[in-house]
Structure formats: structure tokens, C-alpha cells
Design a protein around this ligand. Structure first.
Ligand code: KG4
Ligand code: ZN
Length: 351
């Protein structure tokens, strides 16, 4: 199939992203964030996010085209996040993507947000090996996945979080520590001055009888919040708490991911999602993969957090796999489970 430029649009949370990809190569991408507008509420306010997407979508698409040195008429397909995410936010992105695809008379693809996080790595490190182990760690999800052909095959969940996601744990503990929103980057920064062994926080679900691939972060979150509470009348050693929390999260994530690779005989681990930006998660994953002879792939920081390039990357894979485009009445699915990269039937795949 001849290659075309795929425009990817992402609007599932507080980032409005547009990216352009052709043949697995990133041509340009721009992200606008409404993060500052949510900061004083301590979390993303859905209505504010949706309105910000409405304001940012067209300018972001134009800036991405400028960066790539392309024009609207060069776009050969549009891919858009149709779930999971905030429903109002998703609606804005899908409406914009439909309008563009219709006006340009090009096919539209509905993409699963988490498949986008996985595909982000291909823009930096090339096609994913088949099979590979993927650890997705974001604000809303923590999953260990066995991935074959991302555009064609079902995605196998080895384990998921039974309660909070890793990013959620960072965000909520940061709040208890008096750090600003978003909590993950704030914890990461504060931890630089702290000692990871100053406090020992629990490592949930790592016992011999626990599910080796399931995650749980709500007990860890509570333990860290209680620890902060105990310092209420004195000075909270934030840096130590941040370093210890980061150590606990990184330990659990990398221990389970490496064990999954070893037990399934998979030689490549891909760590993606916002929490893959965490410096300790990256370092410990590298250390443990190195010791186990596993190749580690982590996207560069700018592609770890939400962006349009990762959605374009999935669209590009679907186009090249000959996937059936989305029907005109495709709708959003705010709680879509991750089963396939495309969020609509892909029955007509060419071999
Ligand atoms: O993937 P993402 O951008 O959005 C979702 O799909 O959820 O992930 C956002 C999450 C937030 O919880 C944020 O605190 C976390 O990723 N995060 C980090 C870091 N940067 C972002 N967590 C720990 N350390 C970081 N450096
Ligand atoms: Zn995300």
C-alpha cells in the first residue's frame, strides 16, 4: 500500500495534540496543554479540558503542519483517540477529526489511547519486535501487556492494576506532600534531594502467593499519606518521602515487568505512558533489564506524555496494514478496554 501522511489527534485528557506521521516516521507534532488551568483545582476539570480542546485543536493542527512543512491537502488519513478518556474532551477531538476527514475526503481511524502510548516508541526506535512485553504506566492505567502485531493482533493483558494507577498514586501522594499538580513530575524533582531508603514504603502484591503480574497502588498511596500525616506538626521531609515513594513504585513496576519477560521468554520490554518519564523508573528498568539480558525501550520524554504523534503512529500502522477505516457514525468510548489498537472493527485486514 502506498504511504500517506497520517494526521493524529489526541484530546482524551488535558493535552491537545496533533502529529503527522508517514511510514513510521514522525514529521512534526505540537501539543497544547490546559494543565495550568486545572492546577488550582488539584486535578483535571473535565469541562475546562473540553473547552480548552475546542480552542486549541485548529491552531495545534496548523502548527504541526507548519513544523512538518506540509499543507492540509497533503494529509492522506486522519486518526483520532476515541477512548478511553474524558467524554467531553474525546468528543471535541472526534468532532474535529471527523470534520477534517470529511472535508479532505480521506479515511478516518478511531484509535485506542493506550495503543498510542505503545506506538509512540516506534517513532524513536523503529518497529516493535513481535512479540514484546509492554508496561503501560499512566495517570489512569497500569498494565502489563504481551503485544504481537499492534495493528493486527489482539493485545494480551497479563496483568492490570486492581485499584489505583501508578500515576494516580504519584498525583495523590504529591498532594498529601503539599507538592503541586501534576504530582508525578513534582515527586520526581523533589526526589533528587532525598534518600530513597529514608522510609521503607510497602511493595504491594509482591509476595510469593500474589498474582505476579497484577498491580495495586492504593495501599502504597495510603501508607505515604499516613507517613506525611505523622509529620503534620513538624517539618515534612518531602524529598525523602518523594525518593522513597518513587523507589517503591519503580521497584514494583520493574520487578514484575522483568519477571514477565523472563517467564514468557520475551527479549524486549517497552515502558510507555506518562510515568515512563519518571527518572527512577527509567534507571531501575535499565538496570534490571541489563542484568536479565533484556532489551529495554522507553520513548523519549516528549513522547511519553499524551501527544498526537502517538495517535498518528497507530493510524500509520493501521493504514499500512490495510485496516478498514471507521464508519462515519463512529463514536467515542470513554472506558474502552484495550483489546485492539483500533477502536472499531478491523476485520478487513490485508495479509
Ligand atoms: O500518559 P499520561 O500523560 O496521561 C494519561 O493517559 O494518564 O500520564 C500522566 C501521568 C500523571 O499521573 C503524571 O503525574 C505522570 O504521568 N507523570 C509522572 C512523571 N511525568 C508524568 N510520574 C512520575 N514521574 C514523572 N516524571
Ligand atoms: Zn496517556
Amino acid at each position: 500500500m502506498s504511504s500517506s501522511v497520517v494526521l493524529g489527534i489526541e484530546s482524551s485528557c488535558d493535552e491537545t495534540g496533533a502529529g503527522l506521521v508517514r511510514d513510521g516516521r514522525l514529521l512534526g507534532h505540537v501539543v497544547a496543554s490546559s494543565m495550568d488551568e486545572h492546577a488550582r483545582f488539584g486535578g483535571v476539570v473535565p469541562e475546562i479540558a473540553a473547552r480548552a480542546h475546542l480552542h486549541s485543536l485548529t491552531p495545534v493542527v496548523h502548527r504541526a503542519l507548519d513544523e512538518a512543512g506540509l499543507r492540509m491537502a497533503d494529509i492522506g488519513a486522519v486518526a483520532v483517540t476515541t477512548g478511553p478518556g474524558l467524554s467531553g474532551a474525546l468528543q471535541v477531538g472526534l468532532a474535529g477529526a471527523k470534520a477534517l476527514a470529511y472535508a479532505l475526503d480521506v479515511p478516518l481511524y478511531g484509535v485506542h489511547h493506550l495503543a498510542g502510548h505503545v506506538a509512540a516508541d516506534t517513532l524513536e526506535h523503529g518497529p516493535l519486535p513481535d512479540p514484546c512485553m509492554v508496561l503501560i504506566v499512566s495517570g489512569g492505567h497500569t498494565s502489563l501487556l504481551l503485544v504481537r502485531d499492534l495493528a493486527r493482533d489482539p493485545i494480551v493483558h497479563l496483568g492490570d492494576t486492581v485499584d489505583d494507577a501508578a500515576g494516580e498514586c504519584f498525583d495523590k501522594v504529591a498532594r498529601a506532600f503539599g507538592l503541586p499538580y501534576p504530582g508525578g513530575p513534582a515527586i520526581d524533582r523533589a526526589a533528587r534531594e532525598g534518600r530513597p531508603d529514608a522510609v521503607v514504603f510497602p511493595r504491594p502484591l509482591t509476595g510469593p502467593r500474589d498474582d505476579p503480574y497484577a498491580f495495586s497502588f492504593s495501599g502504597l498511596k495510603t501508607a505515604a499519606a499516613r507517613w506525611a500525616e505523622r509529620h503534620r506538626d513538624g517539618v515534612l521531609p518531602v524529598a525523602d518521602g518523594a525518593a522513597a515513594l518513587q523507589e517503591a513504585v519503580a521497584d514494583v513496576l520493574t520487578r514484575k515487568a522483568v519477571a514477565a519477560c523472563v517467564r514468557h521468554g520475551v527479549g524486549t520490554l517497552v515502558v510507555v505512558g506518562g510515568v515512563a518519564a519518571n527518572s527512577r523508573v527509567r534507571a531501575l528498568a535499565q538496570e534490571r533489564c541489563g542484568a536479565a539480558g533484556i532489551t529495554l525501550r522507553v520513548p523519549p520524554l516528549r513522547l511519553c506524555t499524551d501527544n498526537g504523534a502517538m495517535i498518528a503512529a497507530v493510524g500509520d500502522l493501521l493504514v499500512r496494514a490495510g485496516a478498514e477505516p471507521a464508519p462515519h457514525d463512529v463514536s467515542i468510548d470513554p472506558s474502552a478496554p484495550l483489546e485492539f489498537a483500533a477502536l472499531h472493527p478491523v476485520a478487513a485486514l490485508s495479509a
